[in-house]
Design a protein around this ligand. Structure first.
Ligand code: FEO
Ligand code: CA
Ligand code: CA
Length: 703
């Protein structure tokens, strides 16, 4: 639906529901917020800096912005190189596209609201593409919430769709592949008569396991519009695929085969089964999908039974070591002993990676890339260097954790030959892994304490600290496999900068600048916790901010960078917010940025998770260049209790895909007493939505 005229005024904010519900906390991240943030290192305490830096940096920005953006005026055209045409690649290689050609965003922003619906601007339409439980693989039964089974779920679309990637099939723009992450499960909202994890049946536990993972499915365009729908599964046998907790993954890179990755079932340490808590991801320039294994810790029990020497590393990743069952545990150990760390202490080391899937090859073995480090990976997005090495930008989504990048040793081969594709699948096997430190112009300024020089001379600079080069560790006292498996511990040692939950980190496809969503961190500045820093400028940060990082000499492989904060989120009337200097009377309120994406004109699109201003979560767009920089406009809201995920804008500018994750995730809700009945009016079902423009004479989204 579009916004009915009577709601096209600012709706009253909801009472009570501020940010995430307790149900969210239990399921999404294993109550991470209820536990102390696991980074207790004292490696980047910069002291309490005041908000005043914002206005100083804002002034700098106002002076600098105009230079880059003079051409940001014409209507957004579809770059030919980005036309869906090549079976091997989704889009023009990031950083190699045409110059920005967009203009001001043309849609009228929708108001904040708490409606139980997807709301898009007038002039746009939307449709559900696929719901939890609908068939993906041939032979899947029709969904019946009262008759769900493990065998059915293994062939159906999983729960809680998060990252979405869309890549073309062929060159006529009529067929595409949709790749989706299924991050986690809300058992209360999945099983009628749910009685709790302690008493769950084995079948319920198996269904929930199989509702995690990934889906690949073939789509076809509806007419000449921006709408897409699934190809019926009996005609979609070539590509459609479910990847679940039972799918074999090959471990690649320097830590593959490490004793830290060996288990009784896999004494080689090279084959891991399944992928879990896949949050965000990215489409590579070589046409594969990357997906981040995020809050994997919550699936493991028996941490109390591991050797004492192994417990600190488990705790650094949020795994409970004081009791057999963490609160809210799904108790999967009862149906698969892999999840009992007492019996299989290394199994948790086989999760927490970036995984890569070739969506064009249904029979390919997906990979877990140890060279990219192990942490609570939100996702990974690639930019190519001038000589075609792959640079992956990555966030570790936890309060006070870090921002990383990886630079491959090998160069991407262009073209779609089998040899090129096979080569490109090895790009992420070897390279240099870095973690970011902000605010120092050089290591020489650090006095060894990891603290800022006494003059507090933040200057918008930063450096990438190498942790591993090839198969060599650069972290004293840690072997290469220890650095890659226990990457958080390695980053603690080298003085990485503590961030406010780094989520999506994505290079701009045209300018190459890197945008990171820092969702929030209400612990910032609490007693015993690091206080505000220039890159995390607010204590008790409820609303988050966006980081803009510019590599030195525009070289993605550079080891230094400069940075700024173009957006500090919240109610525009709150003096601590900043919209790149744009008139705050004209912007949409925005809170808790999570996933980011770009449209073909180069505008930044931001999806939110946990809006703490009382509205439902949503999708926003913000020009990054010219006079419109900072003009945040809200494009879409999702139903009650949902988080906005995925966002993927097709390179032809006609379609915006959004994953509506956990609709109805409100404390006390159930299948029988739903807090949301989206999309079908009975109970909530996570679903993928596509939005397109229907205004006469215009087909493109945004500019
Ligand atoms: Fe799954 Fe970091 O959000
Ligand atoms: Ca997320
Ligand atoms: Ca993204």
């Amino acid at each position: 639906m579009t916004v009915p005229p009577e709601t096209r005024r600012l709706l009253p904010l909801a009472d009570g529901h501020l940010g995430r519900s307790a149900m969210t906390c239990t399921y999404r991240c294993g109550n991470a917020c209820a536990h102390p943030a696991p980074n207790t290192s004292d490696n980047s305490y910069f002291g309490d800096l005041v908000d005043a830096h914002l206005s100083r940096r804002g002034l700098l920005r106002l002076g600098a912005a105009g230079a880059i953006v003079a051409g940001f005026t014409a209507a957004g055209g579809l770059p030919a190189a980005a036309t869906p045409s090549r079976p091997a690649g989704a889009a023009a290689p990031p950083g190699r596209g045409p110059r920005p050609g967009g203009g001001a965003l043309t849609f009228s922003p929708i108001p904040p609201n708490t409606l139980d619906a997807v709301i898009v601007p007038n002039g746009y339409d939307h449709a559900v593409v696929i719901r939890w439980g609908e068939p993906v693989v041939a032979g899947a039964p029709a969904f019946d919430v009262h008759r769900q089974s493990p065998a059915a779920q293994a062939r159906q679309f999983g729960y809680n769709n998060d990252f979405l990637g869309v890549v073309p099939i062929g060159s006529d723009g009529r067929r595409a592949l949709l790749f989706a992450n299924h991050e986690y499960t809300n058992e209360e909202l999945m099983f009628p008569g749910w009685t709790g994890h302690e008493t769950a049946t084995a079948a319920q536990r198996r269904i929930a396991m199989l509702a995690h993972g990934l889906s690949v499915l073939e789509l076809e365009r509806v007419g000449r519009t921006g709408e897409w729908r699934p190809v019926p599964v009996d005609r979609a046998r070539r590509y459609n695929r479910r990847i679940t907790v039972e799918t074999a993954f090959r471990l690649t890179g320097p830590a593959a085969g490490s004793p830290l990755l060996r288990t009784k079932a896999d004494p080689t340490g090279t084959v891991a089964y399944g992928t879990l808590n896949n949050c965000s991801g990215g489409v590579t320039p070589w046409g594969t999908m990357l997906s981040g294994e995020e809050n994997f810790n919550q699936y493991f029990v028996g941490g109390d039974g591991v050797a004492e020497a192994d417990k600190p590393a488990l705790r650094r990743y949020g795994i409970e070591t004081g009791a057999r069952y963490p609160s809210g545990s799904r108790r999967w150990d009862s149906v698969d002993p892999r999840f009992d760390l007492t019996a299989n202490p290394n199994e948790a080391n086989r999760f927490g990676w970036i995984v890569e899937v070739d969506p064009y090859d249904r029979k390919s073995t997906p990979r877990k890339h140890t060279a990219l480090g192990r942490f609570k990976h939100e996702g990974a997005n690639i930019r190519l260097t001038a000589d075609d090495r792959a640079v992956a930008y990555m966030g570790d989504d936890e309060r006070f954790d870090y921002l990383y990048k990886f630079v491959s040793d090998k160069r991407m081969r262009h073209g779609s030959s089998a040899a090129a594709r096979a080569h490109n699948l090895t790009l992420l096997d070897s390279g240099t892994l870095y973690v970011a430190r902000f605010g120092f112009t050089s290591a020489a300024e650090i006095d060894g304490s990891g603290k800022l020089p006494s003059d507090g001379a933040f200057d918008g600079s930063g450096e990438w600290i190498p942790l591993v080069r090839g198969d060599k560790s650069l972290v004293p006292g840690m072997s290469v496999d220890e650095v890659l498996v226990h990457t958080r511990l390695a980053a603690d040692k080298v003085g990485a900068t503590k961030m406010d939950r780094p989520e999506d980190v994505q290079p701009h496809p045209i300018t190459g600048r890197v945008y990171a969503a820092l969702t929030n961190n209400t612990d910032r500045g609490k007693a015993g916790k690091e206080g505000a820093t220039e890159v995390a400028p607010r204590n008790g940060n409820r609303h988050g901010h966006i980081l803009e990082l510019t590599e030195t000499r525009d070289d993605a492989a550079a080891e230094t960078f400069r940075w700024d904060l173009p957006l500090v989120c919240g109610d525009p009337n709150d003096a601590s917010t900043y919209f790149a200097g744009y008139d705050k009377a004209k912007v949409s309120p925005i809170s808790c940025p999570d996933n980011v994406a770009f449209d073909p004109a180069g505008n930044l699109w931001i999806a939110t998770d946990g809006n703490a201003l009382g509205s439902n979560d949503g999708l926003f767009a913000m020009p990054l260049e010219g006079a419109e920089r900072g003009h945040v406009k809200q494009f879409l809201t999702v139903p009650r209790g949902a988080e906005t995920c995925g966002p993927f804008l097709t390179p032809d500018g006609r379609s915006v895909f959004v994953a509506v994750q956990h609709p109805g995730e409100v404390d006390g809700a159930s299948v029988e007493k739903p807090a949301s009945t989206w999309p079908d009016g009975e109970y909530a079902r996570p679903s993928v939505v596509v939005t397109w423009r229907v205004a006469p004479g215009e087909t493109r989204i945004g500019a």
